[in-house]
Write a protein that binds this ligand. Structure first.
Ligand code: DSN
Length: 416
């Protein structure tokens, strides 16, 4: 390409912002459990000429001409997704996890129908019936959650609620839950009481794809996911379902809730699925599990209470109330940010603060694991976090941690 047409020439302001964000990603420890660093190959696909193409419809059934090659790329993404998750039908067009979930609701519910879902405070997601989300506005929502003592999903209470509420749809899946989910049991409950089941595996998709977390695919009627979290692909969503629901899912997505699909992103998804089918990807997911356990155990040994006492997956939640009762999740997040450690405040079960303050932190290892960090680095990260949390108002100590964080990130550069 003519260098005069390059981004830095055409729009130096945007180019400079992107460069600053690149540097931020290089020099920060990324512990947000839902973020990751996708591969250069995925970024190339997403930044390709496929962004120019409109392709409403599905392969071989489009509304516009010129779809020969985008048909090929979408078909490839579909075939690879089926191979990866062993599902009967896949729709790779959702722009996001939210779009995927909304399309499932549209496919099988009418406004006012009862749904049973995990509450946001206990680790669920906004689109699982939160009152200010369309899912909570359109459908009659009842929430289940975690057991107050064990902090594991309370399957018995879920069953009791299914018995009384008689939901049309049950959802299972979480944004902030560190334990293995028993999809089979929830499917049995849902089906016994005449409900359909949607499993949202956005967070754990990489673990499910590699067999390191039980898959809901054999049991759930619908399985939704994002492609950018543990799956490490481009930002986007996907719906898997039984063949019997294929037609209604496809039409709920298009024309039901979306117009033209993002073909450049679908190409990125195809690349991501190819990468996820490789043996290296399973090794990566195994390392995520080891790293999360190492980081969680070290934080625990430094005196912090971990929600549910530990982790089985890529994340864990720290309840700050026991150790540092005066420190909110927000204060902790802001102080850690000053030390180049990025994570998010999170509500904890039985939360006493507002969601804007929160009493917990959610910590995940997918992104630092992608950089190549292993257990020894997790011990260092735990020490950095502990030092900052215990010296929240000491900018000198925080600056020292920041220098050490930058030194660590330099040993594990990003591939771009
Ligand atoms: N924002 C995502 C997360 O952090 O879990 C969920 O959509």
């Amino acid at each position: 390409m003519d260098s005069q047409k390059d981004l830095p020439h055409v729009d130096p302001e945007v180019a400079a912002i992107i460069e600053r964000e690149h540097q931020r990603q290089e020099e920060h420890l990324e512990l947000i459990a839902s973020e990751n660093f996708t591969s250069p190959a995925v970024i190339q696909a997403v930044g390709s000429v496929l962004t120019n193409k409109y392709a409403e419809g599905y392969p071989q059934k489009r509304y516009y001409g010129g779809c020969e090659f985008v048909d090929q790329v979408e078909s490839l993404a579909i075939e690879r997704a089926k191979q990866l998750f062993h599902c009967e039908h896949v729709n790779v067009q959702p722009h996001s996890g939210t779009q995927a979930n909304v399309a499932v609701y549209l496919s099988c519910l009418s406004p006012g129908d009862p749904i049973l879902t995990m509450s946001l405070e206990d680790g669920g997601h906004l689109t699982h019936g939160y009152c200010k989300n369309i899912s909570g506005m359109l459908y009659r929502t009842t929430h289940y959650g975690v057991h107050r003592e064990t902090e594991f999903i309370d399957y018995d209470a879920l069953e009791e609620l299914a018995k009384t509420v008689r939901p049309k749809l049950v959802t299972i899946g979480a944004s902030a839950y560190a334990r293995t989910i028993d999809f089979e049991r929830v499917a049995d409950i849902a089906h016994h009481y005449g409900a359909l089941l949607m499993a949202d595996i956005a967070h754990i998709a990489g673990l499910v794809a590699t067999g390191l977390h039980p898959s809901p695919v054999p049991f759930a009627d619908f399985v939704t996911t994002t492609t950018h979290k543990t799956l490490r692909g481009p930002r986007g969503g996907m719906i898997m379902c039984k063949e019997a629901f294929a037609k209604c899912i496809d039409s709920a997505l298009f024309p039901g809730t979306q117009g033209g699909p993002l073909m450049h992103v679908i190409a990125g998804k195809a690349v991501c699925f190819k990468e996820a089918l490789s043996p290296e990807f399973r090794t990566y997911q195994e390392q995520i599990l080891r790293n999360t356990k190492a980081l969680c155990t070290e934080i625990q040994q430094r005196g912090y209470r971990i929600v549910s006492g530990g982790t089985d997956n890529h994340l864990f939640l720290v309840d700050l109330r026991a150790t540092l009762p005066d420190v909110s999740g927000k204060d902790a997040q802001m102080a850690l940010e000053k030390a180049n450690i990025t994570l998010n405040k999170n509500t904890v079960p039985g939360e006493t603060r507002s969601p804007f303050q929160a009493s917990g932190l959610r910590i995940g290892s997918p992104a630092v694991t992608t950089r190549g960090m292993k257990e020894p680095e997790m011990l260092q990260i735990a020490e950095f976090i502990d030092t900052v949390l215990r010296n929240l108002n000491n900018d000198t100590i925080i600056a020292t941690v920041r220098e050490r964080v930058i030194a660590l990130t330099k040993q594990f550069p990003l591939p771009y």
